[in-house]
Design a protein around this ligand. Sequence first.
Ligand SMILES: [Zn+2]
Length: 395
Amino acid sequence: MTATLVTGIGELVTNDPKRGEGSLLGIERDAAVVVDGDRVAWVGAASDAPDADERLDVEGRCVVPGFVDSHTHLVFAGERSAEFAVRMAGESYTGGGIATTVAATRAASDEQLRQNARRLLAEMVASGTTTVEIKSGYGLTVDDEARILRIAREFTAETTFLGAHVVPPEYEDAREDYVELVTGSMLEACAPHARWVDVFCDAGAFDEGEARRVLQAGMEAGLLPRLHGNQLAEGPGVRLGVEVGAASVDHCTHLTDRDVEALAGSDVVATLLPGADFSTRAPYADARRLIDAGVPVALATDCNPGSSFVTSMGWCIALAVRELGMTPAEALYAATAGGARALRRDDIGSIVDGASADLVVLDAPNHVHLAYRPGAPLVRAVWRRGSLVYRHESV
Ligand SMILES: [Zn+2]
């Protein structure tokens, strides 16, 4: 295995609480990192760095951990820009458009789905994402949900069964039969390809009782629970997530004080998806309130063609700073270590000895530029598990 010394790092964000004098990001200045194989083998001051087979000087730039995008719906077909335009002209989001994507996805070939996911993943990698979670939920038949998860597994180990995304049109008058299907033969076909089980527990989606059944059935099949909740209205999502020990409740836009207290007293991460609030012209989640209450927070894109056709975690960080009340440091932490926690992973989201070598070189002197220069293509290079997977070619 070849060891590479990455040196000349002006600001290194480690997310290591033992570094950086107690600051959230564990910042080291004038630092270096040794990447050996797929792991980080050494972190410290550039002046103390050991020898390595190869050496790369990043000339004073900032290096941050690869982003962990813990919530996406990447396997789908079609796009819904017309629906977006209508919404921006004043109509509200109901989740009803999901059926449009379900029809397009069912009609697409495996290769079309694979190519679309690959194209979006390339955008994600070029913007610094090194771990991505992918949900099913646009098939809603036994065969289509299983094939979406099989395709998702080609790209990531973090796959999530979301047969309970919405009730498909053909079950409109038979919801109970659909919940039976999701918790029965659909789960059986999907569980071998999934790590997680998810449910959309919200106004107009699945109610508390239905959502509990879906999560419990998934857990009995060996999957770990997470859920979509409190996006469209206050409701039982957070309460249910805490009850079943979910890794994360995602959205958390509409929360009562009791919800915030329940999250603070639990191990559940609140995953905030500012791209969805942006794209549905909804109020933004209040990250400040959650962080001040001691709730662990993650940021993710929610990439999907209806409510958040967003692939850039950097843009989510900028939104989170401007609209959710986070500091630049809190937003970057949530997009890296927060996402790792939301996936119950301790090998990603930080740059420490033994961690997966997921590093992003920014063309910036420090991490604040992620929010300070929104939309600028700051990512110069990306290593994923020790391999250089993206390099920005300057003209
Ligand atoms: Zn989602």
